[in-house]
Design a protein around this ligand. Structure first.
Ligand code: ADP
Ligand code: MG
Length: 577
């Protein structure tokens, strides 16, 4: 609960207002009881006329309205406090995930992350919207009641004082029991939603491979697990509210008995005192009981907060960036990689000892078997993953000392499956540019990228929604959209992961001419599968098992390297000469 407490402490103003409103609430509770007693006393015991109690009735109405207003205000303040804290946690999580987007998304289950951002953060709500306001209320109002009752009739106050501690004692015990359970429940929930989202995303693949039924069983299993964990928590919650109810009923009964005996048998107190105590006693326990329930919620929040801070505290190895500016933003820099190493995990695939030079305006083709590390090398070049050894020099300066933003301003990365944001096609092209762009510029970029005819054939044209919840686009269409982004951006470095599958001739032609046009002002590095790209490259990097085994021009490599010769022959259907 420590994380939550820290945040609660920061909300000083709200807490002060909550204290003031709780004091006022206590006043209304007591005033309400006084007015009730006075009205009943006047009418039934003193036989007063209705007119005589009208002022009291009006005051009572006023007090009741004030009490509701204060209760409402308390709730509102809590909810506001909760939404501020949730906003804080969400933005921390998002920036945590986005600091290292590639590694965050590589580390599996995006469903699990959605669950942390959405559900766990929502679970925190209760701590601020209910628990804290209730703690403040309960540490003020019942004490006010206790003081007033004790002054009126000491023995009733004494009974309250003796029985009251049982309620907090009881929920401390429950709290300890539920903390573990609610953490468990959240775990199950995360597993469930993770599995569900990931299954949805991979549904086509699963169907194709006849794995849909198996996944269905997995989902069913984890949904049942989640249900059981939830029921477990609810069971404790229900039993605990029953117990709390019981304790407070017994205590009220005790007070009633004591007062009744004194009033009827010994006639040692007046009716109005007895009635006053009897009205306030249930209020007293009501506040304590509410705290009990809020405590339960607060405990659940503590479990969720733990989850979130665990996520926030997992160590990342983000790409290092500095403060230096890139010298000339208009022209491509020269890029050198010296002894660069990179590995996804401690063991497993690694890029080893990469030494390459990419002069300004040069065209480089990366070739090699599938799995040899071509895409990984593009990620390293783009600055999406950190190098573990060696350095990347940009115009002779270490890239790690450049400003992150300036570097990314210079590059366009056209991956094999560019990401579509949920939005219209126009929105998706416009992300290429940081500034506002006109519809005209968007259409021009789309024209150049060869995606305009497709867009025009759609009913809503550039306003067609794509991405999550929108129309799907094929891999090639997405790449053309990414190229349109690049036309808007005018980068000086272009990284392009060519599609592996054979494209139709027309699409190939479009990709080829648009990349060619972009390359007028840029250095281009292409993971190449097409012979045309390979042949026209200034240099070719031939990769095998994470190493650049050979570099040179097409003619060089054909002569020098039999593997390369073979690869070009077989992959390109013997077109190589
Ligand atoms: P290529 O593009 O040449 O086909 P990649 O660079 O995509 O090859 O992948 C090279 C190797 O790195 C493969 O063995 C692949 O399994 C591994 N790899 C790719 N992405 C990850 C990742 N996120 N975590 C761990 N290993 C990965
Ligand atoms: Mg690849």
């Amino acid at each position: 609960m420590n994380v939550l407490k820290q945040h609660a402490r920061k909300q000083k103003a709200t807490r002060f207002l909550l204290i003031v409103s709780s004091l006022l609430l206590g006043v209304t509770v007591i005033a309400q009881a006084l007015l009730f007693v006075s009205i009943v006393d006047h009418i039934f015991l003193k036989g007063a006329q209705f007119e005589e109690v009208i002022p009291d009735l009006i005051s009572l109405l006023f007090v009741l309205v004030a009490r509701s207003a204060l209760t409402y205000w308390n709730g509102r303040a809590g909810v506001k406090m909760a939404s501020r804290v949730k906003e804080h946690f969400r933005s921390q999580l998002v920036s945590k995930f986005s600091k290292n987007p590639l590694q965050a998304s590589m580390r599996g289950q995006s469903g699990h992350k959605v669950s942390t951002v959405m559900d766990a953060v929502d679970e925190i709500d209760g701590y601020f919207s209910q628990y804290i306001p209730q703690v403040i209320q309960t540490s003020i109002v019942p004490i006010m009641i206790l003081v007033v009752v004790s002054m009126e009739h000491f023995y009733s106050g004494l009974i309250m004082m003796i029985t009251a501690p049982f309620i907090p004692l009881f929920y401390i015990i429950i709290g300890i029991m539920t903390k573990k359970k609610s953490e468990e429940q959240l775990d199950k929930m995360a597993i469930f939603s993770g599995r569900f989202l990931d299954t949805l995303q991979g549904l086509t693949t699963l169907k194709l491979f006849g794995r849909a039924r198996y996944q269905k069983e997995l989902i069913e299993g984890s949904s049942l697990d989640f249900r059981d964990a939830t029921m477990e928590v609810l069971k404790i919650a229900f039993v605990s509210s029953l117990m709390l109810e019981l304790i407070s009923m017994l205590s009220i009964g005790l007070i009633a008995l004591e007062i009744g005996l004194r009033l009827v048998l010994f006639q040692s107190i007046t009716f109005s005192t007895a009635f006053f105590v009897l009205i306030l006693a249930p209020e007293f326990y009501l506040f304590l009981k509410n705290l009990g329930q809020a405590f339960h919620t607060g405990r659940g929040s503590a479990g969720a907060a733990q989850k979130i801070s665990d996520v926030l505290n997992t160590e990342d190895h983000p790409v290092q960036w500095g403060n230096d500016s890139i010298q000339n933003q208009e022209e491509p820099p020269s890029i050198r990689l010296e002894g660069v190493h990179f590995s996804y995990e401690a063991e497993g695939f690694a890029l080893k000892d990469i030494n390459i030079t990419l002069p300004p305006y040069s065209q480089t083709a990366i070739v090699g078997k599938s799995g040899s590390g071509k895409t990984t090398l593009l990620h390293v070049l783009a600055g999406l993953v950190p190098v573990s050894e060696g350095s990347i020099l940009v115009d002779g300066h270490k890239r790690s000392e450049l400003k992150e933003e300036e570097w990314f301003d210079q590059i366009s990365y056209i991956s094999q499956s560019p990401y579509l944001f949920s939005g219209t096609i126009a929105d998706n092209i416009a992300v290429g540019k940081k500034e506002e762009v006109s519809r005209e510029a968007i259409e021009k970029a789309a024209e150049k990228a060869g995606i305009a005819p497709l867009v025009k054939s759609l009913e809503h044209g550039y306003d067609t929604p794509v991405g999550e919840g929108g129309r799907g686009l094929s891999g090639g269409e997405k790449q053309r959209l990414a190229i349109a982004r690049a036309f808007l951006k005018q980068p000086t470095i272009i990284l392009f992961d060519e599609p592996t599958t054979g494209l139709d001739l027309q699409t190939e032609k479009i990709l080829q001419t648009s990349i060619q046009e972009l390359s007028q002002n840029a250095t281009v590095i292409t993971v190449a599968h097409r012979l045309h790209t390979i042949k026209h490259a200034d240099q070719i990097l031939y990769m095998e098992d994470g190493r650049v085994l050979e570099q040179g021009t097409h003619t060089n490599l054909i002569e020098a390297n039999p593997h390369y010769r073979n690869m070009v022959r077989t992959q390109q259907g013997g077109m190589a000469t």
